[in-house]
Design a protein around this ligand. Structure first.
Ligand SMILES: [Zn+2]
Ligand SMILES: [Zn+2]
Length: 374
């Protein structure tokens, strides 16, 4: 059996001080390929900001209160919540902090799914199909539905749009959008994503290179689309700290699906990797899953290499199959236990990337997209 990846280690109770007023708090999560999410607390005279407050539900809330109390804080001291992107293990308890302490909620200005028309162009997986397989035991997320907010909140209409989106066929004519029934953890994630009780309303939307004052320091917002269309990272040049969210993880590859607000999410992701690889004054990277690490440029190179190898493999498959649809590509690329919408979505992202780079052509036949490698 392969050794556990860092991102699959269980959450520890211990709170670690990364730098003065910067704390790492590990929260338990049960998602495909992941067992903890790092919530970072940034302390100042007014209390604390927290970045990515875990999944929704009472288990996370109890863990958050426990970790905060170790730092001499309570939930009412949290004046700010920053969310790196619109996945439920990152925004889960944001609403609870808003209710408990009137905390402002900061996220990228495109957070969520925008208009209802966008609702069917989003998929929600955290880790790549390869890494998902490695941690794909049956899981049960904490799915407490005792929500804090009435369904008349502004997020409710977005949630209804997302539910509607889940009944749509996939754009490539393969598996329908939504989660495979045989993966209960993924179904749970879908439910959490779509619960209007938890989906936060952003009070402070931010843009690229906006500055946030946290832990007594300036933090620059970096827009890093790819894993999701609304992903942000935070950089404090003074501390040399880069909060990377799910954009750059230490040992697993984030999921890049074929839906996005651009025709080529993989290109967005690679461009976002290049952008952060060149940053000056980064000595410590704090990811949302896994341990702190030091070599941002080296890790971004390794992730880019993974996608380059995948593109080469897909071109090779295309040459062997001649003309093939996305399902056929994905079922050649991945072992049978990984087949389904997520595998097809990742394959579709790579095929569309090749098509837009003029290395492949596609046409529609009987409702299915067929690709031919040039
Ligand atoms: Zn994510
Ligand atoms: Zn994540």
């Amino acid at each position: 059996m392969k050794p556990k990846k860092q991102e699959q280690e269980e959450a520890r109770r211990e709170v670690t001080e990364i730098a003065p007023n910067v704390l790492r708090m590990e929260l338990p999560i049960l998602m495909p390929g992941l067992r903890h999410v790092n919530c970072y607390a940034l302390l100042d005279d007014e209390g604390a900001a927290v970045v990515d407050p875990g999944l929704p539900g009472p288990d996370t809330w109890a863990a958050l209160k426990d970790r905060l109390s170790q730092a001499g804080l309570s939930e009412t001291d949290v004046h700010t919540v920053v969310i790196t992107h619109s996945h439920p293990d990152h925004f889960g308890c944001a609403k609870r902090f808003a209710k408990a302490a009137g905390a402002r909620i900061v996220a990228y200005e495109s957070f969520g799914w925008g208009t209802p028309a966008d609702a069917d162009t989003h998929d929600h997986d955290e880790v790549s199909v390869d890494d998902r397989r490695a941690g794909a035991d049956a899981l049960e997320a904490d799915t407490d539905r005792r929500g804090d907010e009435p369904s008349s909140s502004p997020s409710a209409s977005r949630v209804r749009a997302m539910r509607a989106g889940h009944t749509r066929p996939s754009p490539w004519g393969g598996s329908p959008l939504g989660f495979p029934k045989r993966d209960p953890s993924a179904s749970n994630v879908a439910e959490l994503m779509m619960s209007e009780d938890f989906f936060p309303d952003i009070t402070d939307p931010v843009g690229h290179l906006d500055v946030l004052r946290l832990a007594g320091r300036d933090w620059f917002v970096h827009f890093t689309p790819g894993h999701t269309q609304d992903h942000l990272c935070l950089h404090s040049p003074e501390l040399g700290i880069f909060l990377s969210g799910d954009h750059v993880l230490p040992t697993i590859t984030p999921h890049i699906g074929g839906f996005g607000h651009t025709p080529d999410p993989l290109r967005s992701f690679i461009e976002s990797l290049n952008a952060v690889a060149g940053l000056q004054d980064v000595s410590t990277i704090l990811p949302a899953h896994g341990h702190p690490f030091a070599d941002l440029a080296g890790r971004t190179e390794a992730i880019k290499r993974h996608h380059e190898e995948r593109l080469q493999r897909i071109k090779q498959i295309g040459r062997e199959l001649g003309r093939a649809n996305v399902v056929e590509f994905s079922q050649t690329l991945f072992p049978e236990r990984s087949w389904g919408m997520m595998a097809e979505s990742e394959t579709y992202a790579h095929l569309e990337h090749l098509r837009l780079a003029r290395e492949a052509e596609s046409y529609s036949e009987d409702g299915k997209l067929i690709y031919v490698i040039r």
